[in-house]
Structure formats: C-alpha cells, structure tokens
Design a binder for this molecule. Structure first.
Ligand code: NAP
Length: 301
C-alpha cells in the first residue's frame, strides 16, 4: 500500500514523484513504456527556464534519476483499470497485478496521432516513423519527409536536415503552430523544401515505403513524392479510457480538471498533457506535477 501512485513517468509524473517524496510520502510510478514521455523524442530543448540547451533524452534521464534518488519506485507495467473500495483506498489494476494507494495522480500524457491511412501500421518501421530522434539515423544521406506544422514537425525536420540529403516538410496549411523562430531557422536550410497546403492521401511501396501521394488542399491537384522515410509529427492524442468511470473525459479524451489538477473524484488528480488545458509544454507539465503532488499530499494527510 503506497501513499501515492502516479500513472505515467513523463515530465508531469516524475515531477510529482519528486515533490511527493520530498514530503515523505511513499511513491510508486507506473509507466507502460520508457520513462520520460514525449520529451525523449525532442532533439533539443531551448525553452526550459534555467537550462540553456539540453536534449530531451538527457532531460528525461536527469528527471528519472532525481525521482529515483529521492526514493520513488518506478515500475514497468500498463494500468488497465481503477477501483475504489472502502471510500479512500484506490486499487489500480495493472498488467503486473493490482497496486493499492490512497491518492492517484494520472499523468498519462498523450500518444502520437496517426494519419489514419489504410496501410499506415504496415509501413511503420518500414519507412514510416513517429520519432525522428529514434529513427533518423536509418535515413542518413536519404530523402525523407516530415508531416506536420507544429513544433515537433519543425524541430524534427531541422534535426533530419543535418543527416539527410533532402527533407520535405509537408503541412496541410501555410501557417504554422510552431514557434516563428524555429520555422525561420528551418526555412534557411538549403536541403529543406516546404510543401504547403498539402495532405498525404496514400502511402505506397512494395514492402518498404517508396513514395506518398499528396493532394493540394486548395486546387485538389494530386501528385507523387518519392521518399525513403516519412516522419509523422501531427500531434498527440490521449488515452484515458481506463479511468473513465472515475474522471470526466472531454470530447477529445482529455481528463477534465482545473489548474488545481483535481478531477471529479476526490483523491484522483490529473497532471500534464492528459489534463484539459490550452498550453501543453514541458514547463506546464512540470508545473502540473508539482500542483498535483501537493494536492495529493494534502489529501493523504
Ligand atoms: P501540435 O502543436 O498539435 O501540431 C500538430 C500539427 O499537425 C499541426 O500543424 C496540425 O495542423 C497538424 N495535424 C494535425 N492533425 C493532422 C492530420 N490529420 N493531418 C495532417 N496534419 C495534421 O503538435 P506537436 O508539434 O506535437 O506539439 C505538441 C505540443 O508540444 C505543442 O504545445 C508544442 O508547442 C509542444 N512542443 C514544444 C517543443 C519545444 O518547445 N521545444 C517541442 C515539441 C513540441 P494544423 O495546424 O492545421 O491544425
């Protein structure tokens, strides 16, 4: 029986673990994949206060090390459900068995969104990737494309332009969600070409990806683009269905909770990208981790 169980070992979850351990609470972090969350896919962080420049992986490793050195236990398992018995005790059902605690912090983050094309799964690992820092090296000196217009896509394209002979940036509009500074930096690269107002309508190849079919959103003209690799960076989507009996989910699946990180159920808190909010950044994930942990500490008494 732990005081606090944190579901998810990303920035929000690990920050919550640090705060809870420093308050003397027993803490278990349950993470289904690798600790660190989405940030491990970011080649370079330049906007975390006090750190001028750091890779996402280095940042995540530092956070994990900090949480563990303070005594947080990290377990690798997937949480499949939640029950509450005797009023206060929460049971988390996991792929490694049941775990009990007083307070739960849901810091489940969000997963990479897929294009939803017919053979997307089939080409994943055979030319299609959702992580430039993980798979970019496979395409050294090759021709690749990145799809998306947010910070992830722009940063991925910049990262790949250092290794690949040519990088296409395909985006469905001609305006970007990404920071203007990052877009300008990418535009200055000679081996990067922007294909705007375009969507990918088909992934084609015999075994490995060979080309994509594009459609121009303005004149609906179709074209083919030969590439060896496609990096899909079109945002994230949450997965909180396992907790739907105890928390309210919005229409997109995010957990309804205010800045106090409190959900519809006492003793269950939501922190980071899995929570309804307008800004999802590393700094806001860390801030949520602290807020949720302090609320959970107060709840445990
Ligand atoms: P995002 O900001 O949500 O951008 C997703 C992009 O994908 C948008 O340009 C969107 O187009 C496009 N898109 C969405 N669905 C699509 C579809 N079905 N087909 C084609 N295009 C589609 O996602 P993100 O770039 O992963 O960033 C997520 C959050 O993390 C953001 O808050 C971002 O600022 C933050 N982040 C920060 C850093 C950093 O500060 N260093 C690095 C990475 C990410 P539309 O614009 O047309 O909707």
């Amino acid at each position: 029986m732990k005081d606090i169980i944190i579901v998810g070992g990303g920035t929000a979850g690990l920050t919550a673990a640090i705060y809870a351990r420093r308050a003397g609470k027993s803490v278990l972090v349950i993470e289904a994949d690798n600790c660190g969350g989405q940030i491990i896919n970011t080649p370079e962080i330049e906007n975390y206060p006090g750190i001028k420049n750091i890779s996402g992986l280095e940042f995540a490793n530092g956070l994990k090390d900090q949480a563990e050195s303070l005594g947080a236990v990290i377990e690798s398992a997937k949480v499949t459900g939640l029950d509450i018995k005797d009023g206060k005790v929460k049971t988390l059902h996991t792929t490694s068995g049941d775990r009990e605690c007083m307070a739960v912090i849901l810091a489940t983050g969000a997963k990479n969104r897929h294009l939803g094309l017919e053979n997307e799964e089939e080409f994943t690992g055979c030319g299609v990737s959702y992580c430039a820092t993980c798979d970019g090296a496979f395409f050294k000196d090759g021709v690749v494309a990145v799809n998306g217009g947010g910070n992830t896509a722009i940063e991925d394209a910049f990262f790949l332009s250092n290794y690949c002979s040519k990088v296409y940036l395909i985006h469905r509009r001609d305006a970007f969600r990404a920071d203007a500074k990052e877009v300008a930096k990418l535009k200055a690269k000679e081996n990067v070409e922007f294909i705007l107002n375009s969507t990918i309508t088909a992934l084609c190849g015999n075994g490995d990806l060979e080309y994509v079919e594009l459609e121009n959103t303005l004149d609906h003209r179709k074209s083919k683009l030969e590439i060896e690799g496609l990096f899909i960076a079109i945002g994230q989507t949450p997965d909180n269905k396992a907790f739907a009996d105890f928390v309210t989910l919005d229409e997109k699946g995010y957990i309804a909770a205010g800045e106090d990180c409190k959900t519809a159920t006492k003793g269950i808190f939501a922190a980071g990208d899995c929570r309804t909010k307008s800004v999802r950044q590393l700094t806001t994930a860390a801030a949520d981790g602290a807020v949720a942990a302090l609320a959970a500490i107060a709840y445990c008494g």
